[in-house]
Design a protein around this ligand. Structure first.
Ligand SMILES: C[S@@+](CC[C@H](N)C(=O)[O-])C[C@H]1O[C@@H](n2cnc3c(N)ncnc32)[C@H](O)[C@@H]1O
Length: 451
């Protein structure tokens, strides 16, 4: 296997953009072939930038080609798209991009395509201004998002859509969650500083530190010992909003890869059951628990089939971090824009609609369920919660107020980039005590604000 960074980047990009594989999995498999950390960082930067801009630079490529490249030349297509991203988004010198891309053809066994790659990139450089104008006539190329998603965002967030698009197309600063059970956040910042890693405290999320640059997690002080985790600030709000009291029974119904489950456990001793229906993803929860030295009752199970896993004892807190479109996290997961289809949204909404009433009977009277998604679409967020509340259940919404975002229906919506964090939706639902549940345990704290 070749270790030429541009060869590796083009192969990864064709696997993601043409063959539909997940960016995270492709990079996890491909980066280890590169010996030097510097090359791994470079490939990762190319793949993120090119995936984010695939819809733009692939459209540019179609303007440059006489006819589309056949699927067997997907690698060449990806090489050319990644070269345009290097020229236009990464500001790499044109002569370096052109000559390294031509050399990559030889190194990857595509020597016959050297002339084509050279000619296409040189034509781009000559005709750039005119081609950029033509590109802007194509909305997907202009906004780097699929048409169906642009339409949905314009419908749901007409006043905010420009800011959402801009944030979704910007690289996000990496964020850490400091394990406060083990170390104070300011102390961890000092440890980062001592390790030469530039970072700052997030202005209001008490566990969050924002890093200036991406880095290999192995460089983070105490990473292997569980002093911190990589997690966006918005995701860090879930455990705080859920606010599980000490020794309470907690269910995380859709737990993998375990970011929020681990945070719940870091906040204090609780009896946590963490479920996920995906075996491979459940193994990632196990790895995270082990690294952070945490324990819980971890199961691979379908939350919609409680007969298979529920012992009949009610939970004081339930986190339903529902499967969703991930439309709020495009800046960190740029491949979502290429892989999601408009038809996924009603399917996801149907799953969300089934999960809520299936889990609700497992919540103790006075207990609280936190519904969360990393979606921006109302069909997955406010409309789900408002529909559930209207069905005449014993649920009442607890208002949420956070420094970023706005109330939306009975929940709270953060849009991507607000205070530097990802787009997320939260709704807190409390189960009202009723006659049929007299004698059950009550928990009367009033969350909805952070502590
Ligand atoms: C948004 S992710 C959860 C992220 C996780 N809470 C975290 O913070 O790391 C949604 C998860 O729900 C899982 N899932 C989807 N449907 C499920 C079901 N019916 N039962 C259990 N897990 C489910 C998916 O496998 C996926 O891992």
């Amino acid at each position: 296997m070749s270790a030429n960074p541009r060869v590796v980047a083009a192969r990864a990009l064709s696997d993601i953009a043409v063959h539909g594989q997940s960016l995270r999995q492709v990079l996890a498999a491909d980066l280890p072939v590169l010996e030097h950390g510097r090359d791994r960082a470079f490939v990762s930067a190319i793949v993120y930038a090119s995936t984010r801009s695939w819809l733009r630079w692939n459209a540019a490529l179609q303007l440059l080609l006489v006819k589309p490249l056949p699927r067997k030349l997907a690698w060449v297509q990806a090489l050319l798209v990644s070269a345009l991203a290097q020229l236009e988004d990464m500001d790499i010198a044109p002569h370096a991009v052109v000559s390294a891309s031509v050399d990559a053809c030889e190194a990857s066994g595509h020597g016959a395509q050297r002339g084509l790659v050279n000619a296409i990139l040189r034509r781009w450089l000559r005709e750039r201004n005119a081609l950029l104008k033509r590109l802007d006539e194509n909305v997907e190329a202009r906004f780097r998002l699929p048409g169906w998603l642009l339409q949905a965002l314009r419908r749901d967030w007409p006043g905010e859509v420009d800011a959402i698009i801009a944030a979704s197309n910007r690289e996000a600063s990496p964020m850490l969650r400091v394990n406060l059970a083990r170390m104070d956040r300011a102390q961890y910042l000092l440890a980062l500083d001592a390790a030469g890693i530039r970072a700052q405290l997030h202005s209001w999320i008490p566990t969050a530190i924002v890093l200036e640059h991406s880095l290999d997690v192995a460089r983070l002080p105490g990473w292997a010992d569980g002093l911190c985790s990589m997690q966006d600030g918005a995701a860090q709000l879930a455990a705080m909003l859920l606010d599980a009291p000490p020794n309470s029974r907690v269910l995380d119904a859709c737990a993998a890869p375990g970011g929020k489950a681990c945070h719940i456990l870091e906040r204090g001793p609780v009896a946590l059951t963490a479920l996920d229906r995906d075996l491979q993803r459940t193994q990632r929860v196990r790895e995270n628990l082990d690294r952070l030295r945490l324990t819980c009752d971890l199961r691979t199970a379908d939350a919609l089939q409680p007969d298979a896993w529920w012992d009949g004892q009610m939970y004081d807190r339930i986190l339903l971090d529902a499967p969703c479109s991930a439309s709020g996290v495009l800046r960190r997961q740029p491949d979502v824009r290429l892989h999601r289809r408009a038809s996924d949204i009603p399917e996801l909404a149907a799953q969300q609609r089934r999960l809520l009433p299936t889990l609700w009977p497992m919540l103790a009277p006075g207990g609280i369920l936190l519904y969360a998604t990393c979606s921006l679409l109302r069909a997955e967020n406010a409309q789900q919660i408002d529909g559930f509340l209207q069905e005449g259940t014993d649920a009442e919404a607890i208002p949420i107020k956070l420094p970023a975002g706005r109330a939306d229906g009975a929940g709270w919506q953060i849009l991507p980039g607000e205070d530097g964090i990802d787009g997320m939706f939260f709704a807190l639902l409390r189960k009202q005590p009723g006659d049929q549940v007299r004698g059950a345990r009550h928990i009367d704290e009033a969350p909805g604000t952070l502590n």
